[in-house]
Design a protein around this ligand. Structure first.
Ligand SMILES: Nc1ncnc2c1ncn2[C@@H]1O[C@H](COP(=O)(O)OP(=O)(O)OP(=O)(O)O)[C@@H](O)[C@H]1O
Ligand SMILES: O=P(O)(O)OC[C@H]1O[C@](O)(CO)[C@@H](O)[C@@H]1O
Ligand SMILES: [Mg+2]
Length: 639
């Protein structure tokens, strides 16, 4: 199995030593703090570094070049990739051993008096059954989580991420840890739960007592006092909405932030926030690495919009969808109590319409859902107005859910038409339309957006927040820097560049959107040509930002034995029309006639075409794998 790391240009120059050590193997004994002035040039990728050999070196440049095609130079320079069999690619997260040497590491036995997952109060001799049991809870250091779980027979195994969880070896002694927590960006249910569980997890699982809160976002690193935090001080905060630390937008000054981290001796930084925040966390990590500091940076992705790439969903999303039901219910009551009543509900989602889509699917009272990803038009055949008129004639009332970013092009036009008057575009246009049609209607507009994001998290988000916090702690203690997240139901450590380079969006070519269309019966506003274009765009957008000419993707990739069965060989047919690959037709497969309007709209959606992993498709029984392809054997439901 070949393995590579892509080095920053200046560090590559220092290469020349054949090294095969794994950073999970015990490092040289002796504790030496690496904090302080930047580490000397000789250090990068020295003997304790990752798996690099002269043999793999020729591939290094190719990997960097290939990677640079799809990643910004800077990101490509920090990417850490490892190939395995059958198209396996580990997109790994950075570790202290990538740039520091002579690190102290815990022994193989449980490293701390109270170790993760269990309230083990005293260290026990290695041989006792209790310790053996405890050790079952460590994740295998080689476990990885696949980015895509819906595969075809001959698909390459694809990109994997390092699995999150407690590890046998940690890179900090409890008494040396000085951790800080910051929240940035907009509010989201669950922020306080994550804060609470970071504090309690560090304290209860790893005996860490020096924990500080940074106030009001990134700028709090250099403009406010740090708040000492204890399990007692955060005991009840999960019952409140918002963030006890305060938050802000703007104010990210990387140099000043890292100066403060360094001056105050902080060595674990927990950063909770959205896409912008994770970009900031990446900048902080890079500066920390440049200075050669032994500081772990753990990002916990937050956004009510659910637009963070790679992860299954962001915390607070479930709570938001649930709370949105109350607004939709009210809109329904209002609309159904008036003649030609329209209940119009605005939900958050600047660029991604996930809340609107899930709230609509959950409610079943919604007649139309408009999201930024699905363009629509107002007038003419198949337009929104025609549909509204039809619905009102049929039902006397209707409910429309609009994500805040939907129909921006129409709003821009309407503002222009209204001579720069700052009005709500949709509503104004609808009013105009009604006047022309001489239709009486009552529109009740409800904007619950800030009420939704200010609530405390619900039970399921509380559990999710707790697990995210614990995964973040385990990763930081083990010396990694990363964004933590659930990928196909398993917690994983994801490289920063992965979550910052793209934004998660509703794929209107996926079946979930098709389900929505069939539940509301609204027009899709799209022609087959539009769908094809959207599908192409989705495919491009979901291309992994990793090299395409590595072994498994290039000429050496394992070829299907008979030339069939690769995704290219299958004729991709619309969902509902049955398989029409030559092999399937030969086997007597028949087309399923699309009878209902819903089925017609569903027929745009091809089960093979959606690149989105697992949320709505079939998955293998167990997703955690080692590089060699062995499935993890631990219990189901383990995150
Ligand atoms: N490219 C970037 N580099 C460094 N810092 C950034 C970058 N983009 C945003 N930030 C910082 O991240 C913080 C939060 O960013 P932002 O206001 O965009 O919210 P967010 O994290 O994206 O959350 P939300 O989901 O509410 O949008 C701000 O302090 C901002 O300065
Ligand atoms: O009013 P604020 O704090 O700028 O936040 C509003 C934005 O924050 C989000 O909730 C998250 O980005 C968006 O949906 C929304 O547009
Ligand atoms: Mg954002």
């Amino acid at each position: 199995m070949a393995s590579h790391i892509i080095l920053p240009k200046e560090e590559e120059a220092a290469l020349g030593v054949a090294v095969e050590e794994d950073h999970d193997s015990p490092a040289a004994p002796g504790y030496q703090h690496q904090q302080g002035p930047p580490v000397a040039k000789a250090l990068p990728f020295s003997a304790t570094c990752v798996r690099i050999s002269r043999d793999s070196y020729p591939n290094l440049r190719a990997l960097r070049n290939a990677s640079a095609m799809s990643l910004p130079d800077d990101d490509a320079a920090y990417a850490k990739l490892e190939e395995g069999d059958y198209g396996y690619l580990l997109d790994d997260v950075p570790h202290f051993t990538d740039y520091l040497s002579d690190l102290p590491v815990s022994a193989d036995t449980p490293p701390l008096p109270t170790h993760p997952c269990l309230a083990l109060v005293v260290p026990l001799p290695d041989s006792t059954p209790a310790v053996k049991k405890l050790q079952q809870y460590f994740v295998n250091a080689d476990d990885t989580v696949p980015e895509k779980v819906v595969v075809q027979k001959d698909s390459p195994r694809g990109v994997h991420f390092r699995r999150a969880g407690p590890r046998q070896r940690v890179y900090f002694e409890s008494e040396d840890v000085k951790a800080c927590i910051v929240t940035c960006g907009g509010l989201c249910p669950g922020l306080n739960t994550v804060i609470r569980e970071l504090v309690c997890g560090l304290s209860h699982m790893y005996n860490v007592n020096d924990i500080f809160g940074i106030q009001n976002g990134y700028k709090g690193f250099y403009s406010s006092n740090y708040l000492p935090m204890t399990p007692k001080s955060v005991n009840d905060i999960h019952k409140r909405g918002g963030t006890v630390l305060g938050t802000s937008r703007g104010g990210h000054d990387t140099k000043k932030i890292v100066d403060n981290i360094q001056d105050r001796g902080i060595n674990q930084v927990y950063i909770i926030g959205g896409d912008g925040t994770q970009k900031g966390a990446y900048e902080i990590y890079k500066e920390i690495r440049r200075r050669g500091l032994k500081v772990a940076v753990a990002g916990v992705p937050k956004t009510i919009d659910n637009d963070i790439a790679v992860i299954d969903k962001s915390f607070g999303f479930d709570s938001a969808v649930e709370e949105a039901q109350r607004a939709i219910d009210a809109a329904h009551v209002e609309a159904s109590s008036a003649e030609n009543g329209i209940g119009l509900v605005k939900l958050m989602g600047r660029y991604s319409g996930f809340i609107a889509m899930y709230a609509t699917l959950a409610s079943r009272d919604v007649d139309c859902c408009l999201i930024p990803e699905s363009p629509f038009y107002l007038e003419g055949e198949g337009g929104l107005f025609e549909y509204i008129e039809k619905r009102l004639k049929e039902n006397n009332h209707m409910v429309i859910v609009v994500a805040e970013g939907a129909g921006q092009d129409l709003i821009a036009k309407s503002i222009a038409a209204a001579d720069q008057i700052d009005a709500s575009g949709n509503k104004l246009l609808l009013d105009d339309y009604c006047k022309n049609k001489k239709m009486e209607m009552t529109i009740k507009y409800i904007d619950p957006t800030y009420m939704i994001r200010a609530i405390p998290s619900n039970a399921s988000d509380n559990v999710y927040c707790t697990l995210l916090a614990h995964s973040a702690i385990h990763g930081a203690m083990a010396g990694y820097s990363f964004t933590v997240g659930m990928v196909n139901g398993r917690h994983a450590y994801i490289p920063f560049h992965r979550v910052t380079s793209t934004r998660n969006k509703v794929k209107i070519t996926d079946r979930m959107w098709a389900r929505l269309l069939s539940s509301t019966n609204q027009p899709s506003f799209l022609s087959q040509k539009d769908i094809d274009a959207a599908r192409e765009a989705d495919k491009l957008a979901s291309k992994s930002p990793v090299p395409v000419n590595t072994k498994e993707h290039g000429e050496n990739a394992k070829k299907p034995a008979n030339g069939e069965g690769s995704s290219d060989a299958v004729v991709q047919e619309p969902f509902g029309n049955g398989p029409t690959s030559p092999a399937a037709l030969a086997a007597g497969a028949v087309s399923n006639p699309a009878l209902t309007p819903a089925a017609v709209s569903m027929s745009f959606y091809d089960v093979n075409a959606g690149e989105q992993p697992s949320r709505e498709d079939e998955a293998p029984e167990e997703v955690v794998e080692c590089r060699c392809g062995e499935r993890s054997t631990d219990g189901r439901g383990e995150a």
